[in-house]
Design a binder for this molecule. Structure first.
Ligand SMILES: Cc1ncc(COP(=O)(O)O)c(N)n1
Length: 430
């Protein structure tokens, strides 16, 4: 189904048309992108924008309106009052979701002063309007600091401004979204989700337009759009510092379980921070957790000593550790049930304690490494793990070496899942 998108271009690839196109595509519909403004922007700053002549926007819409069977339209950045007028004219009769973008989240205006007034007069009437809290405040002139205020603002947008429906999004308050539809309020609860949020407003309105285009009704479509955006935040892009609307296509259940399992396990480790601190090597600790299919999540930038405690540098991401990933994948060739591993600083006491606890310990020694492995660029880790595994009869819980990666002696603790690794580490630290 075709979804018309009327929005601006974000050169940083975070918000605007790019997020909209990805969202509509991820939800299986066909995006028709109409450009209104080019913004000069990166994740930290919008340095300006250029609005296309409004007549260009009109021609863009006309080129597709007669040709495609457009089921819904999403309107984002418009830039100028003139464009608002034309979009109101050219989208008449279409199911219209309006994200009333007034400024970027970094605070730069994305519409001129006349545009804000024209938006109220011409475009909000008849639209499903989806402001966030600052936008709801600016449009209604009221202060919005609670769910009750959000309801009041939603009602003003519908009863006084003539919107068909209003969804006030609570990302700036307690993550509850409020829908006012057919004279009734609906609340959609959410929670703080770690990740980048740049582009969330665009993705939400595009998702809502796509779901409505499919024929989904309200309030279900709002709930579904909210969950879509939550997933896009969870799997946001650290490179783009923005959401990842393609995440729902990229993840599956096992990826999700592995990701959240590792995230929780890292939290448990941080709780034991003081105890663990002396066991964090100079190069840092990492914690890798593989899906049953062998994709490996780890902590981007590793976990480092931080004062008396420890701190993960970045988020949990796919392929965030090369060394541990290789160690784990090699281990799994022998014992596929093993899916998690952590590296700790070597100490004689740690190994003694492992043995005392009845865990199986093995090791490798780089002095035994055959010449051809040494000469090959990347085989040492694999050779070491295989050698250690073959040295003992049972599946090892711990493999250590006395000088390798960064030449620092290291202990690797393996387990069937991230939770089991945390349990073993807890036992080892006493
Ligand atoms: C082209 C364009 N459209 C929309 C936004 C709002 O997104 P955000 O609130 O994440 O800055 C933006 N910054 N740029």
């Amino acid at each position: 189904m075709a979804v018309l998108i009327i929005a601006g271009l974000d050169t940083g690839g975070g918000a605007g048309l790019k997020a909209d196109i990805e969202t509509v595509s991820a939800l299986g519909e066909h995006p028709l992108p109409v450009l209104t403004s080019v913004t000069y922007q990166n994740p930290e700053k919008v340095s300006g924008y250029f609005s296309l002549p409004a007549e260009v926007v009109r021609e863009e819409i006309r080129a597709v309106r007669g040709h495609f069977d457009i089921k819904a339209v999403k309107v984002g950045v418009l830039g100028s009052g003139e464009a608002v007028k034309i979009v109101a004219e050219e989208t008449r009769g279409l199911l219209r979701v309006l994200d009333p973008v007034l400024t970027s989240s970094t605070g730069h205006p994305l519409i001129d002063v006349e545009g804000v007034e024209t938006l109220k007069d011409l475009l909000i009437p008849g639209s499903i309007v989806t402001p966030n809290v600052p936008e709801a405040e600016k449009l209604t002139g009221m202060k919005v600091s609670s769910v009750e205020d959000m309801k009041k603002a939603a009602r003003i947008l519908v009863d006084e401004f003539g919107a068909k429906t209003a969804v006030v999004k609570g990302g700036h308050l307690d993550y509850t979204d409020v829908l006012y539809w057919n004279g009734e309020f609906y609340e959609f609860r959410g929670e703080m989700i770690e990740g980048f949020t740049h582009g969330t407003g665009c993705a939400f309105s595009s998702a809502l337009a796509s779901l409505l285009a499919k024929g989904m009704g309200l309030p279900e479509a709002v709930e579904e759009a909210k969950r879509f955006v939550e997933t896009a935040i969870v799997f946001s892009s650290s490179e783009g510092k923005c959401i990842n609307p393609l995440a729902p296509l990229e993840i599956d259940v096992e990826r999700w379980r592995t990701y959240s399992g590792l995230k929780n396990a890292v939290k448990r480790l941080v709780e034991m921070g003081e105890l663990l601190n002396p066991f964090v090597p100079e190069v840092g600790t990492n914690f890798a957790y593989a899906t049953p299919q062998g994709e490996v999540f780890a902590v981007k930038g590793r976990i480092v000593r931080y004062g008396k405690t420890i701190k993960p540098i970045g988020p949990v991401e796919l392929n965030a550790s090369d060394h541990l990933k290789r160690a784990l994948l090699k281990f799994r060739e022998f014992y596929p049930e093993v899916r998690a591993v952590i590296n700790l600083r070597y100490s004689r006491e740690l190994i003694e304690r492992t043995e005392k606890l009845g865990l199986t310990v093995s090791f490798y020694d780089r002095r035994e490494e055959p010449g051809e492995v040494k000469r090959a660029e990347r085989g040492t880790m694999e050779w070491g793990i295989e050698t250690a595994i073959r040295r003992v009869r049972e599946r090892p819980d711990v493999i250590y070496h006395l000088g390798d990666w960064g030449k620092e002696p290291m202990v690797l603790v393996f387990g069937r899942d991230a939770r089991e690794v945390v349990r073993k580490v807890k036992e080892l630290l006493g």
